[in-house]
Design a protein around this ligand. Structure first.
Ligand code: 48F
Length: 257
């Protein structure tokens, strides 16, 4: 049978439209497709929650792909190894408490397992603002990343969510937006963004988990964004804290939903 270009076009438009329309009202909206966001999305979807993830770039995986300084291996400590195992990512013990995994296998598997668990991903979209009611984040304001990159003057669209998770990494972009619009009201010690501190891997990994929490009503932080918001150090290419943080925020939201 002859292949018809217009049918191809219609199939893509119809299917994407279905996906968009089905995700205008969510239990959880996740911003950023790095390891913490993907792991959070996996556990939320697995628990049957309606969850979508928005990623500015073409591909999910954030800082995982490049390992450490483009040496494409990542390190995960023992506490987070069960998460690698659950995803089916192969790892090898290097020394007691240090496991390594191929960073390309890790990024691609986080991505594929999260989608297969039921997470919906919208790539090439940037979150530029939140929907807000008095003292409550209620959803996200979205635009195409290409619009953002070209600096075009085009209004965004909005989705509603019971909870938003900022997993945008070092830039902690959603928290930054909220902070600019309602300064001094974050649930941090000072009410401000405390700011990320210099490298201290051991402390950072513990603090990533402690700092994974609600930062403004309706808005949670996880992954590196948690430390950037609450003032923890960076940890470099050890990823256990990211994975455990994604799992922690998912469990907390599952219990609240
Ligand atoms: O930075 P990223 O991988 O976040 P993470 O899950 O993991 C951090 C580690 O990769 C590493 C580290 C641990 O050793 O420190 O850096 O905390 O992924 C963040 C993702 O969010 C996307 C960005 O493109 C990246 O893929 N992102 C950032 N801002 C936006 C966004 C935005 N406004 N809208 C959509 N996506």
């Amino acid at each position: 049978m002859e292949i018809n270009e217009v049918v191809i076009t219609k199939a893509i438009i119809d299917r994407y439209y279905e996906k968009l329309m089905a995700n205008l009202e969510l239990d959880v909206a996740i911003v950023g497709g790095g390891p913490s966001g993907l792991v959070a999305g996996y556990y939320l979807a697995k628990a049957g929650k309606k969850v979508a993830l928005y990623e500015r770039k073409l591909s999910m995986g954030g800082g995982v792909w490049g390992g450490g300084m483009m040496f494409n291996e990542i390190v995960v400590q023992e506490a987070a190894k069960p998460i690698l195992d659950e995803f089916g990512i192969r790892s090898r013990e290097y020394e007691k408490n240090y496991f390594t995994a191929d960073s390309v296998e890790s990024a691609s598997t986080f991505c594929s397992k999260a989608l297969q668990a039921g997470l919906t991903v919208f790539n090439c979209m940037s979150v530029e603002d939140v929907m807000m009611r008095t003292d409550q984040v209620m959803g996200l304001v979205l635009n195409w990343s290409s619009v953002e990159m070209a600096g075009l003057h085009i209004d965004p669209l909005t989705v509603r969510a019971k909870f938003v998770i900022d997993t945008t990494g070092h830039a902690t972009e959603v928290v930054n937006v909220v902070y600019k619009k309602v300064p001094g009201r974050l649930m941090t010690p000072t009410g401000e963004i405390e700011g990320e501190k210099s490298m201290w891997s051991d402390k950072a990994e513990t603090l990533t988990l402690e700092n994974t929490k609600e930062v403004f009503p309706g808005l949670y932080v996880a992954g590196m964004a948690a430390n950037a918001t609450f003032g923890g150090p960076r940890m470099g290419p050890i990823f256990g804290g990211m994975l455990l943080s994604g799992k922690k925020v998912a469990e907390e939201l599952i219990s609240r939903l």
